[in-house]
Structure formats: structure tokens, C-alpha cells
Write a protein that binds this ligand. Structure first.
Ligand SMILES: Nc1ncnc2c1ncn2[C@@H]1O[C@H](COP(=O)(O)OP(=O)(O)OP(=O)(O)O)[C@@H](O)[C@H]1O
Length: 516
């Protein structure tokens, strides 16, 4: 039985069976990082970083060090261990010697907020070595985004230009692009002058999530467009029909730098990362990895942050709101994220908590039910400390990095270990301490413990709240529940009225309303 269990945890792919253990690396001061460009060292110091974290040292060794980007990298390292800088730093250092500006590195992430966060990291280091970073996430209009990404030639007065001719002169304004798949595909299909022909680095962050959804087949499209175009090796390459890929008519070309002419262009290097990287061969096959190297932390597949404390809070399901309020009272004004099971549950819980006037904290919701602009505003206020408690659906689960989050509360238990790991990982980041509380009914405890065993975690202990604290909240809870009921009723009737009005409008007006 034990043998069978062990076998189940052995990865199927041979290259995953002999990984580099990131755990063997130590945090290293910047002055001991070989070949680090002094301008980048200074930029890191300005960010308040005096050393590189173990995963960053390990990746540096395989990219700038002896590894020299010879293999594609698959990186599985805990939440908050610094994976973003682990790929951003070597890419920026390598591109720092480029002489011609064109799009060389593409980083793809599943959500807009995550892409914005990663862009900030690149933006803190890339300009110091003369590189520009762009963003394609749909935050601004497509026209504004194109203006940021594509440089148009200056036109001379009095000369009549053929618009088709300009296409040849359009150039990229950015060296590095951080994108979400949808907007990336928009640019691939429709933006004149947007090309991946010079791409040297492709980063797929939150890989397991990115491979779970097709996102308009962005991955096969990008891979097809970046395949080497060498007629001797690929005599059928010309059969490839550009119409399949809209406006992007180019296939990977020979290098643009002096001295590269006629020589085969370096292969596209891929770096894929997650705190819960998939080991599924069919999923990983989609990435067409070249001689991949697996970097992982420790021997177990799933790892929780070292300084995370995990607590179980057992209570009756109907009393969960009271236990949550009591817990929030104990936590005080420390930043905290409360996870629920759905967008609707997030909205209801947030509305309810705001009727507890004694809670002296600012509480807001963050979920996929809200418009992006509302979500971004809430996130900003949370980062700046104006909001102390964020009630969130799983929209906040992956990758989000907010300084000072000391507590995570699973109001609804995570169904999968991966979800638990990403939720809990919003705290105890960058070597800091943090607590993760999970509210459970008695019959959920066994399932929860079993789930944590998958991360080889048996450190979770019981946390209790004095019954007196719960009793003292009952009266205010009754009145909060009544107010919640009234609010939900009025919201439902408002939605019905809007729906009724829309359904009575002429078709064109209906469409307009939808697009807003
Ligand atoms: N060398 C460093 N020194 C100090 N802080 C660092 C260093 N590298 C990264 N950090 C900080 O560590 C935090 C976590 O980094 P990052 O978001 O890259 O983690 P991650 O491994 O990608 O996490 P997740 O899996 O949750 O996405 C960030 O706040 C970042 O600023």
C-alpha cells in the first residue's frame, strides 16, 4: 500500500524525476552574484533587496551562469518565494546588450491584475539598462495600447504615403511585453506591426492555470509563430498560411543584430512557473519544451511557505459568520484576506460584515462579479492600507502579492490542495510569518486533514474562540441578518427592473447596454 502511494507521487516524465533541488541553494547577497550588471544591482538595492532568494540564485545559475539558457526551465517553487524576479532578472540582464529594439521577451499571465503586478517588477529593473516594458491586458483602449506598443514612422509633410507601405516601417516600442492571453491574441490578429518574429524568451507564469484553459488557443498560435523558419530544415514552412493568423504575416526570422545575418537565430527559450506545477505529460507537452530542466523545492510536490502557521477553527455551519467576526476582532487592524466559495457568497458575506458596526476595520469585496475598474480600485486601497479586510472569491487566490497581509481566512474550505496552497500563500511571503485559518464544520475536519497530507503538512492545530465572545455577538448578528435580507431583496428587484427595461428596448440599444 505504502509502495503504491510512493509510486503515485513519482512523476511520469523522466526529466522530472531528476530535478534540481532549489532547497539546496541559499539566499545570496547581491555582491556575490556572478556577472550581475552593476546597474541592475543598483536597481535591486533601490527596491530594498540586498540578496537573491534561493529560487532566484538557482535560476540565475541556469541562465546567466554555466547553464547559459541552454535548456527550457520548469520551476516549481512555493508561493512568495520570489519566482517573478527569478525570471525577470536574467531576461533583463541578457537583453541589456541588445542593440536593436524589437519584441524579444513575452510574459503571459492569466489575469490583468497579475500582469500589472509583474509589469511593475520588470519596470523597476529594465529601464536602468535601457529596455522598455509594455503591457497588453486591455486596461486601456486597444488604440492606446497599440500607440504604446508600436512606433510609427514620422511622416514628412507634403509627401503622400501608401498606408500599406508603413507596415514595413512599423517597429516595436517595447523589448519586453507582459500580456494576458486575450489581449495578446487581439494584437496577434489585428495590430499592424505587432510581431513575434524576434521573440527570444517566452515566460508562462501560473503555468498550471494557463494550461487548464485554452484562452483562444494563444499557446499553439504563439508557438507556431515563433517556430524557426529555415527552409532547409523545414521545406514545408511556406505552406503555412498567414491568413490563419490574421495580420501577423511573419514567421520567425534570422537575427536582427549585426553579425547574426544568415546564421540560425537562437531558439525560443521557455520558462514556465508555478507553486503547484502540473506533472501531467499531456498538459506539459503543449509547451513543446526543449530539453527541459526541472527546478523544484524539496522532495514533495506541494509545499507551503516555511513560516506559515495553519489553524483549524471548528464551528457549526450556521454560526460561521459569528466565528468570523470574533476572529476578525482578534486580528485587529492587520491586513487580512477572507476566501469564500463563490462570487455570490463573497458579495453576501461582505454585505453582512459591513452591518457589524463594532468591527473597526474597512471591509471590501473583490471578485469576478465586479468590473475590472472596481477591482483595481479596491486592490489599490488594500495595498495602501485603506482597506484592512478583503472578502474574496478565488479571483485573489493566485499570485497576488500584497505587502503586509498577515492573515488568510478560509471562510469556506478549499476543495483542492492546489487552491489551499495558493490561498494560504497570500500570506507568509518572502520569508515573512503569516497565519492561515480555516473554518470547518465537525464533519469537514477529516477531509481537510487528508487534503493537507498531500502537502505533507500535519502542523495544522485547532484554534478556539471563547463561547462568551460568540454569545455577545448574537443580538447584533440577528439585526445584521435582517438588514442583509432587505439588501438582497432590494438588489434583486433592482436587477429585475433593469433586466425588464433592457428586454423592452430595441435590439441596438440592448447591445449598447451590454458593451458598457
Ligand atoms: N531578492 C528579494 N529580496 C527581498 N524581497 C524579494 C526578493 N525577491 C522577491 N521579493 C519579494 O517577495 C515577494 C514575493 O515575490 P513573488 O510575487 O515573485 O513570489 P512568487 O514566488 O511569484 O509567489 P506566487 O507563487 O504566489 O506567485 C514580493 O513581495 C517580492 O517583492
Amino acid at each position: 500500500m505504502e509502495k503504491a502511494k510512493k509510486k503515485k507521487n513519482v512523476p511520469v516524465l523522466p526529466w522530472m524525476r531528476s530535478p534540481i533541488d532549489v532547497g539546496q541553494f541559499e539566499e545570496r547577497p547581491l555582491h556575490l552574484i556572478p556577472c550581475l550588471d552593476p546597474r541592475l544591482k543598483l536597481a535591486l538595492q533601490n527596491m530594498g533587496f540586498s540578496s537573491l532568494f534561493p529560487v532566484q540564485v538557482a535560476v540565475w545559475q541556469e541562465t546567466i551562469g554555466p547553464g547559459a539558457f541552454e535548456r527550457d526551465l520548469c520551476i516549481n517553487s512555493p508561493t512568495g518565494s520570489g519566482k517573478t524576479l527569478a525570471y525577470a532578472l536574467p531576461i533583463v540582464q541578457t537583453l541589456s546588450t541588445r542593440t536593436v529594439k524589437c519584441l524579444r521577451a513575452l510574459v503571459v499571465l492569466p489575469t490583468r491584475d497579475l500582469a500589472l503586478q509583474v509589469k511593475e517588477v520588470f519596470a523597476s529593473i529594465a529601464p536602468t539598462v535601457g529596455l522598455s516594458v509594455g503591457l497588453a491586458v486591455g486596461q486601456s483602449s486597444i488604440a492606446d495600447e497599440i500607440a504604446e506598443l508600436i512606433k510609427r514612422p514620422k511622416l514628412e509633410a507634403g509627401i503622400c504615403y501608401d498606408p500599406e507601405d508603413h507596415f514595413q516601417k512599423l517597429e516595436s516600442s517595447v523589448d519586453i511585453l507582459v500580456a494576458t492571453p486575450g489581449r495578446l491574441m487581439d494584437h496577434i490578429n489585428n495590430t499592424k506591426g505587432f510581431t513575434l518574429e524576434h521573440l527570444s524568451y517566452l515566460v508562462v507564469d501560473e503555468t498550471d492555470r494557463m494550461l487548464r484553459e485554452a484562452y483562444q488557443s494563444w499557446l499553439p498560435n504563439v508557438l507556431q509563430l515563433t517556430h524557426a523558419h529555415d527552409e532547409r530544415l523545414f521545406p514545408c514552412a511556406n505552406i503555412f498560411s498567414p491568413t490563419t493568423f490574421g495580420a501577423l504575416k511573419t514567421i520567425r526570422r534570422c537575427g536582427v543584430e549585426r553579425g547574426f545575418k544568415g546564421k540560425p537565430y537562437p531558439r525560443l527559450v521557455k520558462m514556465v512557473l508555478s507553486a503547484t506545477l502540473t506533472q501531467d505529460p499531456s498538459k506539459l507537452a503543449q509547451l513543446e519544451l526543449h530539453h527541459p530542466l526541472f527546478l523544484t523545492t524539496g522532495k514533495t510536490r506541494y509545499q507551503l511557505p516555511e513560516k506559515l502557521e495553519s489553524y483549524k477553527l471548528v464551528c457549526q455551519s450556521k454560526l460561521k459568520p459569528l466565528y468570523l467576526v470574533a476572529l476578525l476582532q482578534n486580528i485587529g487592524r492587520e491586513k487580512c484576506i477572507v476566501f469564500t466559495k463563490s462570487v455570490e457568497a463573497t458579495h453576501r458575506l461582505c454585505t453582512l460584515l459591513n452591518f457589524f458596526n463594532d468591527l473597526e476595520v474597512n471591509i471590501k469585496e473583490y471578485s469576478g462579479l465586479q468590473r475590472q475598474s472596481v477591482r483595481s480600485k479596491t486592490l489599490k486601497a488594500f495595498r495602501e492600507g485603506e482597506i484592512q479586510v478583503l472578502i474574496s472569491s478565488d479571483a485573489m487566490t493566485r499570485g497576488m502579492d500584497v505587502e503586509g497581509v498577515r492573515n488568510v481566512i478560509n471562510y469556506d474550505m478549499a476543495t483542492y490542495i492546489k487552491t489551499y496552497i495558493h490561498r494560504a500563500g497570500r500570506t507568509a511571503r518572502a520569508g515573512q510569518t503569516g497565519c492561515c485559518f480555516t473554518l470547518l464544520s465537525k464533519n469537514e475536519v477529516r477531509r481537510f486533514d487528508k487534503m493537507l497530507q498531500k502537502a505533507h503538512d500535519d502542523s495544522s492545530t485547532f484554534h478556539s474562540i471563547p463561547s462568551g465572545s460568540i454569545e455577545s455577538l448574537r443580538t447584533v448578528y440577528a439585526s445584521a441578518l435582517q438588514k442583509l435580507k432587505e439588501t438582497v431583496e432590494s438588489e434583486t428587484s433592482r436587477k429585475r427592473k433593469i433586466g425588464f427595461r433592457i428586454s423592452r428596448r430595441p435590439a441596438t440599444m440592448k447591445e449598447e447596454h451590454k458593451s458598457k
